[in-house]
Design a protein. Sequence first.
Length: 257
Amino acid sequence: MTPELIALTRPVSASIAECELTHLSRAPIDVVRAAAQHSAYEAALRLLRVSVIQVGAAPELPDAVFIEDTAIVLDEVAVITRPGADIRRRETDAVAEVLSEYRTVLALDAPATLDGGDVLTMGRTIYVGRSGRTNDEAIARVGAMLGPYGYRVVAVDFAGCLHLKSAVTAVAYDVVLLNPAWVRASAFPGYEIIHVDPSEPHAANGLRVAGAVVFPEHFPLTRTRLEGRGLHVVTVPCDELAKAEGAVTCCCLLFSV
């Protein structure tokens, strides 16, 4: 029996314009347009036969739509994170409640801080980026938590962007999409590397799902590189969400049951 793919999502908050920003200048965000783009993203997942389950809206939490930062979900277990921005720690309880229906749930506590956007899982190896949101204490604790399940945690240094998955993501089992200005390709030995088009530095974030790559439609040159490698690319509009330093992996927690 084929496993069912589930994506947990969370609606765009009315307060998204007050989102946390680190590497981008604040620009006006059209909430209606951002919500429409998020709906299109969910529709794309459904077309790929993913069951989309929405966690309850949190209009008072500006970044709640970026649900990826609240958890690491693996086949055996889920780890609830402790996001680096104080206000974002209020996002985790509702996510933990839903995840507990599908997984044994573990949780990080102080002084560890970790955003899920800094976590890239490739098979039994989990790459965790050191960032302003994720500290060494969290990396060590994740390693201790997940080692008994057969996972190896590898710390990765990067610079120039918010999260590790702003700089690199998996687009196939053995292929990563990467911005070499932000993270070294040598950090991912044994993997085929596709570089983003130099004119699209923010294009390294793609969501691998059901044999396809869900990808922002506003990066056409990098899309051409992915398709040239033979990958099936499904584009979605997300330039409004990108103003909040979000991208396609950020907007769901994807796992199988």
